[in-house]
Design a protein around this ligand. Structure first.
Ligand SMILES: Cc1cc2nc3c(=O)[nH]c(=O)nc-3n(C[C@H](O)[C@H](O)[C@H](O)COP(=O)(O)O)c2cc1C
Length: 350
């Protein structure tokens, strides 16, 4: 694991086996999706414990002034790490937001010893390795109800809810997404930040490369236009709509505060990975909740029960090549392992 940073790179150190297991999970969790592919987290591993911290330098202030989506993204990484550990047969005790005086410490994971091998965890880990955001229009094929039930169960198993949007609420989604897009497009700070995080070369390590985007087309619920164009295609333009087969959902939490946002990320991860095991394609949608009025509109749609934390688009992918893989940061920037200094030979008893 040469790519991981150790606290004192100059010293000869040894890393405990349990720290290695945690480090491997943290490296696997680098595959987690995140808002604009910012990967805004940091892992510090010492003995049998991994600490997950928010990396505020990567917070998208105009889009995410309170750090909601940063925290959701860290929740996704937390769930990915848990999946990796579970697939390795390692039990962990998770403590979320363990210290009130240290709000950036989002979670600690302490290894509790071996746990029973689970085929579900293996399936989720395989999904984790192949999942990618798919922004292309989906096929006009309905998702079976029992599969939707599995997605709902995945979210509730992670502590939040997946609220699937029925035909009666589709128009509210259209209005919320359209309103959010217009409000963000009109904001120069948003446009500047979008330009800074998009169109990056595939080898840079973060951001949203242009070749992971899809032609927008006139969609019933518009997705974010990463190109920053002045006006996107619209269903009101008379163009033939695409992506009519997509199913939309909202990850809804019981709390509108960091503990809720973290759990929302875990639930989002559980839904995305479960959908992948069902050969479905997905993309997250957060513009819906970035703009306060759009968020409130969705909350009203939910009858003011629960808080929409992030949107998700799910569907049957059209045949064809998978979307390009978005880049990831180097493990050395994200994972730090504290090792024990190695005593030089003969030093004992000096
Ligand atoms: C909290 C969160 C919000 C996101 N918001 C959007 C969004 O509004 N529109 C979009 O197309 N993708 C969105 N994404 C997907 C990311 O852009 C994507 O995960 C990232 O670029 C990495 O690509 P990958 O998912 O293919 O690994 C979001 C992901 C997360 C976790």
């Amino acid at each position: 694991m040469a790519a991981i940073r150790h606290t004192d790179p100059a010293a000869a150190i040894q890393v405990e086996p349990v720290s290695r297991i945690l480090a491997r999970a943290a490296v696997t969790a680098l595959r987690a999706p995140s808002i604009w592919n910012t990967q805004p987290w940091h892992w510090r591993i010492e003995h049998d414990t991994a600490e997950l911290r928010a990396d505020r330098r990567r917070q998208l202030s105009p889009v995410d002034p309170e750090g909601r989506l940063l925290t959701v993204s860290c929740g996704v990484a937390l769930h990915h790490a848990r999946v990796a550990l579970s697939a390795d047969g390692v039990g962990v005790a998770v403590d979320r937001l363990p210290r009130a005086d240290d709000p950036d410490l989002l979670a600690t994971l302490r290894c509790t010893g071996p746990q029973e091998w689970s085929p579900d965890a293996q399936r989720l880990r395989r999904a984790l390795m192949v999942r990618r955001t798919d922004r292309r229009p989906f096929a006009d094929t309905r998702i079976p109800e029992r599969t939707l039930d599995r997605l709902r169960a995945a979210a509730s198993g992670a502590g939040a809810h997946l609220q699937l949007i029925g035909p009666q609420d589709r128009t509210t989604m259209t209005v919320a997404a359209g309103h959010a897009a217009a409000a963000e497009r009109a904001d120069p700070a948003y446009r500047a930040q979008l330009a800074a995080w998009t169109g990056v070369r595939i080898d840079v390590g973060d951001g949203v490369p242009l070749d992971t985007m899809a032609a927008l087309g006139a969609r019933p619920v518009p997705i974010r236009d990463f190109t920053g164009a002045d006006v996107g295609p619209s269903i009101y333009s008379g163009a033939e709509p695409v992506d009519r087969g997509a199913t939309y959902g909202l990850i809804v939490t019981d709390m509108d505060e960091p503990a809720g946002w973290l759990v929302a990320g875990e639930a989002l991860s559980a839904v995305l990975l479960t959908a992948t095991t069902e050969r479905l394609a997905t993309s997250a949608m957060s513009d819906l909740v970035e703009v306060r009025t759009a968020r409130l509109l969705l909350r009203r749609m939910l009858g003011n029960v629960g808080y929409p934390a992030v949107g998700v688009r799910i569907g049957v992918p059209e045949p064809g090549a998978a979307p390009r893989r978005a880049p990831r940061r180097a493990a050395v920037e994200v994972v730090e392992v504290v090792g024990e200094p190695v005593e030089p030979p003969g030093a004992a008893g000096d």
